[in-house]
Write a protein that binds this ligand. Structure first.
Ligand code: GLN
Length: 501
């Protein structure tokens, strides 16, 4: 048997079903891998102390013929923004240091009920604000492809863990790209489901009108398997969509078996393929379009003119909602409490706690958001941003009248060097151009590797977008494309992580 940690979740599931491997063996292999690589990669904020016990319990169930899902016994890493009763949950912030939630997020509960084995909580930018994971209140996560580079963010820990084979699959959250951009930077697959497709109950809120939870994996099918476990209606989340969903796994399997892309209408969003795109990213994107055309897809250029204002609108909507969501971190109910000397008032304690507990990026956004929501400015800032959002939604709706899926590069660049954008928030934010419109429109988006940049040798992500509720379309098209890229290149990008082999 080849190295267990090189196997995909689908392959692990098969080995478990056939009895070739036990969950205890699989889990131990990943724990060993974490032990060997965590010192250089730094994907995790907390490790589960019960993973092996859970795995043994899972093996016992399977022996009795009581496997709860195809993924029974498969390990998973969980972004630290999801509440877990058995592990500290901090959202990457010092203000929640040591906090153990009283309940599991619905997604975590569903993973446990499907028999998956949580390995630990992954590193992230504080409260999911960032694009490099450098805004974590704890430590920097390195990109397993090049340790001098960022793994993307905010879910850099989940993506790095999967790329470094510390976990076969991981859970992320995506408010403006935090699943897709780290996936692109680490050569993995990441999916932001339709808004309302996956429960946010027990997910520490960043911007409630944008947040979605989704999978990160090394293959399209693995993301589909996870999506099927975590997706679906949850009465505890009022934004959760009550209608039933198609099977993402079946869609991925259909796509993988498709001979070609005949009949697929692929729209290229002009405004997301801008001048500023790194030449190697543009080259791989053009080659992907050529490949799709050669395989029978019809490539159509489409306009989404208001995407030009997407970054500006997002960086008003997000701070506004975040400033309100983060008001609950007041030193009274959760985590840290800093009591200044002398005879402090309640307000003094709150101010000192928030000053010490929050990092610079979080403070920056709270200030921005509070300002944007303040009397006299509300209409000019938050109101205008919401109008832009409606226009972007309309742009996408019109585009989907003409095409089945939309495509763009997942990010304008490959993974940038650590520190490169840390002192320049505007540069950091500008990199979110390609992913943000998807959240503003509420539609599903997938990033999958489409090759390596010929200059820096780093992974390049292709973003696929579909109309709301049509997540299955992404898995079908994504699985066909993944196979086509494999046939063209002779390898899957996600199987090669040079710095940690
Ligand atoms: N990079 C974006 C931001 O900083 C996206 C964050 C996210 O999706 N959580 O807001």
């Amino acid at each position: 048997m080849s190295d267990i940690t090189a196997l995909s979740a689908s392959e692990l599931a098969e080995s478990l079903a056939s009895g070739d491997l036990s969950s205890a063996e699989i889990t131990q292999a990943h724990l060993d891998r974490m032990e060997a690589t965590e010192g250089i990669v730094g994907s995790f904020l907390a490790r589960s102390e019960t993973a092996l016990d859970t795995a043994q319990h899972s093996d016992a169930r399977r022996k009795k013929g009581e496997a709860r899902s195809p993924l029974e016994g498969v390990p998973v890493a969980i972004k630290d923004v999801l509440c877990t009763t058995d592990m500290v949950t901090t959202a990457g912030s010092r203000i929640l240091e040591g906090w153990i939630p009283p309940y599991d997020a619905t997604v975590v509960r569903k993973l446990r009920e499907a028999g998956l084995v949580p390995l630990g909580k992954t590193n992230m930018d504080e409260f999911a604000m960032g694009s490099s994971t450098e805004h974590s209140g704890y430590h920097v996560t390195k990109n397993p492809w090049d340790l001098s580079r960022a793994p993307g963010g905010s879910g850099g820990g989940s993506a790095a863990a999967v790329a470094a084979r510390q976990a076969p699959v991981a859970i992320g959250s995506d408010t403006g790209g935090s699943i897709r951009q780290p996936a692109a930077f680490t050569g993995t697959v990441g999916v932001k489901p339709t808004y309302g497709g996956v429960s946010r109950y027990g997910v520490i809120a960043l911007a409630s009108s944008l947040d979605q939870v989704g999978p990160v994996s090394r293959t399209v099918r693995d993301s589909a398997l996870i999506h099927d476990v975590i997706g679906g209606h949850d009465p505890q989340d009022s934004t959760s969509i009550p209608t039933p969903w198609a099977s993402m796994t079946e869609a991925a399997d259909t796509g993988a078996q498709a001979a070609d892309l005949a009949g697929l209408r692929v729209g290229v969003v002009k405004q997301l393929v801008t001048e500023g795109i790194q030449p190697g990213v543009k080259q791989r994107f053009d080659e992907a379009l050529e490949l799709m055309a050669a395989q029978g897809a019809e490539i159509i250029e489409v306009d989404a003119p208001h995407c030009e204002y997407a970054v500006a609108a997002y960086y008003l909507v997000l701070p506004a909602e975040a400033s309100s969501n983060l008001a609950k971190f007041d030193s009274v109910r959760f985590g840290l409490r800093v009591t200044p000397e002398g005879n402090p008032t309640v307000e003094d304690v709150m101010a000192a706690t928030r000053d010490q507990g929050f990092g610079d990026e979080v403070k920056r956004r709270i200030i921005l958001g509070t300002y944007a929501l303040s009397a006299g400015y509300y209409d000019a800032y938050y109101g205008s941003a919401q109008k832009v959002r409606t226009l972007i939604q309309r742009d996408f709706a019109q585009a989907f009248d003409k095409v089945d899926v939309l495509v763009s590069p997942s990010a304008p660049t490959t993974a940038f060097p650590l520190g490169a954008k840390l002192d320049d928030p505007l540069a950091m934010w500008a990199g979110d151009l390609t992913t943000i419109p998807v959240n503003l429109a509420g539609i599903p988006g997938m990033s999958l590797p489409m090759g390596l940049d010929p200059e820096d040798g780093l992974p390049v992500g292709l973003q696929l977008m579909a109309p709301a509720y049509e997540d299955a379309r992404l898995y079908k098209a994504g699985a066909t494309l993944e196979r086509l890229f494999f046939e063209r290149d002779g390898y899957l990008v996600s199987s090669r992580t040079p710095e940690v082999v």
